[in-house]
Design a binder for this molecule. Structure first.
Ligand code: HEM
Length: 464
């Protein structure tokens, strides 16, 4: 089991590293309107975790508004979560969902174009082609019928089941809603994802949230980058939907359901190395961390399980002293997704490209098998920020499906890139190793763009 990530994240004794760091930690009183902000935005995912995402269609506006009223009683705010129950709910709406609730035309028109169009219509911007093309998505994604995403997160199986039982009781009599897809999730043993990696380490520190980062998490980033209504990095608040009651303290959530092809990943490791140690080394090079979470930058030769488990150290690194990627390949997943202080060939402000990740793993482990067992497994990728849609479209086109920004030409992100027949991954060294035969290890089963309203906005929507 992973150690608790942040203060108050889950019950239990903090790791020694955390306690020592706690002695030096400066208390930062929150300045955001936490009571109005949904907990999921600022509440770290517990370890272990259990839960459900439900994708819901609103059949009639009255039923939808009644659902908002009842959901409002279940959504936990970011102010309550430290003392709150061990299960909590988050709610988000698609553009079609806002329409189905009967939101006024002026409010609908105030949302950005990409949100109004929806993820499937943005396939070109996202480079969702080939195996990721919306025509191949699992229903109901991309059909325009996903109006509402309701997510329950819990830190124990019992709390999760209790919470769902509460829902069944409260929603059994409600008409006008249809659950189109229910996706249960829960980390694999030791909170690993489908590929056997611990995940969820690096999160941006949101200024004013009262949640302080661990060493290496970087300076606090202006709250307006993550929550609407506050100053962003540019000194002004980003444009928000109107009226203010709808936009303020809300944010955007990008959901992408990935099917992980662990068998293909394992075959690639076999192609690149003859020994189990060599295969672990290559797996770490692809990601930038060992499966324990220990970063290659701090543990370049061997895994260091203690380092992986120590939150006061496992994110405390930069890339400045590794410009050629001899420790962490410049093309590895974590270095692409958050280049930190890497000198980029195509300039970009990395601080406005940060996302809060609340992704969840589903399915059983496949282990080191080279053959697929036909069972679905993968990752429900969840990115939250006030510019989440822009950021994910940027990451997809510039940092995932291209290598230009790091001088790597057509090479793509090894975990997420849509790879062609001649694709390869480069492990820098003298000489560098170019390992061909890399496949698309994660294909997209579908996704949606959502708006995550504040608690006040939920009331407003219920009263439309
Ligand atoms: C099936 C899909 C994915 C898998 C298996 C995966 C796996 C991982 C793993 C193992 C890590 C390192 C541990 C951690 O901090 O979580 C990581 C980090 C990260 N991933 Fe992913 N990821 C996936 C999708 C994505 C997507 C779609 C994005 C963005 C569009 C993304 C962005 C990031 C970021 C920003 C980090 C942190 C980088 C840092 O440490 O500085 N990931 N991912």
């Amino acid at each position: 089991m992973t150690a608790p990530r942040k203060p108050g994240e889950s019950p239990g004794t903090p790791p020694l590293g955390g306690v020592l760091k706690g002695l030096f930690r400066r208390f930062v009183p929150p300045t955001l309107e936490l009571h109005d902000i949904q907990a999921l935005i600022l509440r770290p995912r517990p370890a272990p975790y259990y839960g459900t995402h439900a994708f819901v269609e609103i059949m009639d506006a009255a039923g939808g508004r009644e659902a908002m009223r009842r959901l409002r009683t279940r959504v936990t705010s970011a102010a309550d979560w430290r003392e709150a129950r061990s299960a909590w709910t988050a709610v988000a709406l698609s553009y079609r969902g806002l329409e189905a609730l009967g939101a006024p035309a002026s409010a609908l028109a105030s949302f950005p174009r990409a949100f109004r169009e929806g993820m499937a219509a943005r396939a070109d911007k996202l480079r969702d082609h080939g195996p990721n093309d919306p025509s191949r998505w699992q229903a109901p994604f991309g059909t325009g019928r996903v109006h509402l995403m309701v997510s329950v997160y819990a830190d124990s199986e019992e709390a999760w089941r209790d919470e769902l039982a509460g829902y069944e009781e409260q929603f059994a009599t409600l008409t006008g809603l249809r659950v189109l897809l229910r996706q249960d999730f829960g980390a694999q043993p030791e909170s690993r994802n489908a590929f056997g990696f611990k995940d969820g380490f690096t999160q941006p520190v949101v200024e004013g949230s009262g949640v302080e980062g661990w060493p290496g998490d970087g300076r606090p980033i202006k709250a307006g980058e993550f929550i609407l209504g506050y100053k962003a990095e540019g000194g002004h608040a980003l444009g928000a939907p109107t009226p203010e009651v709808l936009g303020r303290n809300g944010t955007y959530l990008v959901f992408r359901k990935y099917h992980s092809h662990v068998d293909a990943f394992n075959r690639y490791l076999h192609q690149g190395a003859d020994t189990p140690e060599g295969r672990e080394f290559l797996a770490a090079k692809l990601v930038g961390r060992w499966r324990s979470g220990a970063p290659l930058e701090l543990a370049p030769e061997h895994d260091d399980v203690g380092l992986g488990a120590d939150d006061s150290r496992n994110n405390d690194f930069r890339y400045r002293d590794d410009p050629k990627g001899l420790r962490t390949p410049v093309g590895s997943h974590i270095r692409r997704m958050n280049p930190r202080d890497t000198e980029l060939k195509v300039l970009s402000d990395v601080n406005i490209r940060r996302i809060i990740r609340r992704s969840t793993t589903y399915g059983e482990p496949l282990g080191d098998s080279l053959r697929d067992d036909g069972k679905p497994r993968g990752l429900d990728f969840i990115a939250i920020s006030a510019r989440a849609i822009d950021t994910v479209e940027f990451l997809q086109s510039e940092w995932i499906n291209s290598g230009n920004f790091i001088g790597r030409g057509t090479e793509k992100d090894p975990l997420l890139g849509v790879q062609d027949e001649n694709a390869f991954f480069t492990v820098p060294g003298t000489p560098p190793r170019r390992i061909s035969g890399i496949e698309t290890f994660n294909t997209l089963d579908g996704g949606e763009y959502f708006f995550m309203p504040s608690l006040t906005a939920l009331d407003w929507l219920a009263g439309l």
